[in-house]
Design a protein around this ligand. Structure first.
Ligand code: WTA
Length: 630
């Protein structure tokens, strides 16, 4: 695939991609192996909405991830696995070995009844088997639905039920730092509420004592025993589903975004190659978990499509000490590091002694993703990690977009700290005002929308196309609405300012306030709650919950601990609010709507001007909240 290497090339690629998008993407798509080429490049409308890329084409993404590279360079390393415990051995898996493992697992899954179109839930730690399981599903045409291994049993069950998964793949247990996570136990609990599951495949990762339910549960190593290394990739139509990935929105339960085959393949490969300026033979280290979209699109698919070596790290940046990322970079000679601002900010607090005896000379490109990166963190990353010689690509995108939309192209785009800079070829961003008018010109701010389809975009919310339309295509006519606010500066550079809806970005995890409220309301003593975000030095944002209780609470600390526990059980520990305040009432309008604006101000400790409170049903409630604020 042609790589954009100069500013001039970027500009001409961008021009072509907007003037003749079909020609542009057809040329990119020509670089893949197709079992049959497309009849039409693009058919679309944003009203239904309906978006179809490469209709008529037949391919399998794993043929392009695995077989292709196995033919040309079978011994090249596909995955380097770095365990949680640095004293245990890391693994290097060649492309040929990965292909064989995937094929074996395809045969094993076939044996237990997995068929094309079946939904398969994957609930695994960051181990090579997570990649093998995802690729095996893709190869046989089953739709994977990966659930981050930090979610609770209730969340696992909800996701299984929403997409009707008939299989789940998990492990006995794993360690995240020093903390043991007993995955199989969580799955056992989830499966009491998830009747569609026929089989649970268990990978023996830590030889922990677990109970296997006869008939339902099967060991990974037993079902793969004697399975052949060969498995023909299923011919997949361009718009056949590839995977479902759940993400939080401002209302209701999480949405299962559906991504399809050909467009996603073309888009993740193209953006990986260009944004990171990937060079043959380089080692790419993405610290995101495969349970999130970054893990899907760049740790796995984008990297493998380009024949890259991708590092998969099981642990956390602070274990066994705060130098772990740098040790991994030096040990595996990482060239491209892709991480989140929250990790950068948390390491920043330990001072530069965490770089003692670390070389970091292999690094060439640094990436940032998941939330806005503040200037200070940007400079720290640039100076101490990149030694002032690595470009930082601040990549803006979403689970819904499948791949990066706005980002510098490493070595090409002139950088500006805290700016995602410019749209990639094929991406047409617009800023709109509240009434949906496009805001022209520079030095302006508005809501970020995209006005033309790109190949990697999600096609629907699984099982609920109306919700897809409503959420993304109904706010402004003929535009995809991102939910983010954005500024465009005098140079036409984009700076994402954060969500404009009720989605809170805590340490790069997307959390819907409604979900947390629903969880808190399950506590028997809670009548109602309201959750808002407030700025947090390390996490970016943190959650502040206001709760109304049924009776006067004598032991507030106990209640707070219980409320946090309910959230951990209903969603996962990462969604626990940092602050919980018991309040006598919530600021509501006469029509019963909670005025979150006021709660946000309280949470932000910015109470000098609370704005107009006269429309409140009971303005006195605000004083009571202020008096008890944390
Ligand atoms: C935010 C993660 C600023 C944004 C890939 C978006 C960012 C949400 C950036 C999507 C960035 C992501 N700068 N904000 N570079 N990247 N975001 O679905 O609010 O987990 O809407 O996808 O993260 O989060 P998601």
């Amino acid at each position: 695939m042609q790589q954009i290497k100069t500013w001039e090339e970027y500009k001409s690629a961008y021009l072509l991609s907007t003037a003749e998008p079909e020609k542009f993407w057809a040329a990119v798509a020509d670089n893949f192996e197709w079992q049959k080429k497309w009849d039409s490049v693009l058919q679309w409308n944003f009203t239904e909405p309906s978006v179809k890329w490469f209709e008529g084409a037949v391919s399998n993404i794993t043929q392009n991830c695995l077989d292709r590279h196995t033919e040309t360079s079978p011994d090249a390393i596909s995955i380097i696995w770095e365990p949680n415990n640095p004293n245990e051995a890391s693994q290097k898996i060649s492309y040929r070995e990965l292909l064989h493992s995937v094929n074996q697992f395809c045969n094993a899954l076939s044996k237990i009844g997995v068929r094309k179109g079946d939904r398969v839930c994957i609930y695994l730690p960051m181990i090579p088997e997570a990649a093998i399981a995802m690729l095996a599903c893709a190869r046989m045409g089953a739709v994977h639905s990966v659930v981050f291994a930090g979610f609770s049993s209730a969340s696992v069950a909800d996701r299984i039920n929403d997409s009707g998964c008939s299989f789940i793949i998990t492990a006995d247990a794993f360690y995240r730092g020093e903390k043991k996570v007993e995955l199989k136990k969580i799955v056992d609990e989830a499966l009491t509420q998830a009747p569609t599951i026929k089989h649970c495949v268990v990978f023996n990762h830590r030889s922990e004592q677990i109970t296997m339910q006869p008939q339902r549960d099967v060991w990974w190593h037993e079902i793969t025993k004697n399975c052949s290394n060969n498995f023909l990739p299923e011919p997949m139509n361009a718009e056949d589903p590839l995977f479902i990935l759940y993400t939080s929105g401002s209302t209701g339960k999480p949405k299962g975004l559906l991504h399809t085959t050909a467009g996603y393949m073309v888009y993740t490969a193209f953006t990986f190659l260009n944004v990171f300026n990937y060079q043959n033979g380089e080692v790419f280290f993405c610290t995101a978990d495969v349970g999130w979209v970054t893990g899907h699109s760049y740790l796995l698919y984008g990297a493998l499509l380009n024949g890259a070596t991708t590092v998969m790290f099981e642990g956390i940046p602070t274990y066994p000490d705060h130098g772990r990322f740098w040790d991994i970079v030096d040990k595996h000679q990482v060239n491209i590091l892709y991480t989140a601002p929250t990790a950068i900010r948390s390491l920043e607090t330990y001072g530069i002694k965490i770089f003692e005896n670390k070389k970091l000379t292999s690094l060439r490109v640094l990436g940032s993703v998941g939330e806005p990166i503040n200037e200070e963190a940007w400079h720290w990353y640039h100076t101490h990690v990149g030694k002032n010689k690595c470009d930082i690509v601040d990549t803006w995108w979403q689970t819904e977009t499948g791949g990066i939309l706005i980002s510098p192209i490493a070595t090409v785009t002139p950088l500006k700290p805290a700016f995602a800079t410019l749209p990639l070829p094929g991406v047409q961003p617009v800023l709109v005002d509240e009434s949906g008018n496009e805001i022209q010109g520079n030095n302006v701010a508005g809501n970020l929308c995209i006005k033309f389809p790109w190949p990697g975009m999600a096609r629907t919310v699984y099982g609920n196309h109306e919700r897809f339309r409503q959420t993304y295509f109904s706010t402004y006519s003929n535009l995809y609405f991102t939910g983010d606010g954005c500024r465009r500066d005098d140079d036409g550079y984009y700076r994402i300012t954060g969500r404009v809806d009720d989605v809170i970005n805590v340490s790069g995890h997307r959390i819907g306030t409604g979900e947390v409220e629903n969880a808190i309301d399950e506590h028997p003593l809670v009548i109602e709650s309201a959750v808002v975000g407030y700025p947090h030095d390390v996490k970016g944002q943190a959650l502040y919950a206001f709760v109304i209780c049924t009776e006067k609470i004598s032991d507030v600390e106990k209640l707070v601990a219980e409320v946090r526990e309910v959230v951990a059980q209903k969603i996962g520990s990462f969604a626990k609010p940092d602050k919980i305040q018991v309040v006598p009432g919530l600021p509501k309008t006469r029509s019963g709507k909670i005025m979150r604006r006021i709660l946000r101000k309280v949470a932000e400790r910015d109470t000098s001007n609370l704005g107009d409170t006269t429309t409140l049903l009971d303005p006195a409630v605000v004083d009571a909240i202020l008096a008890g604020s944390k």
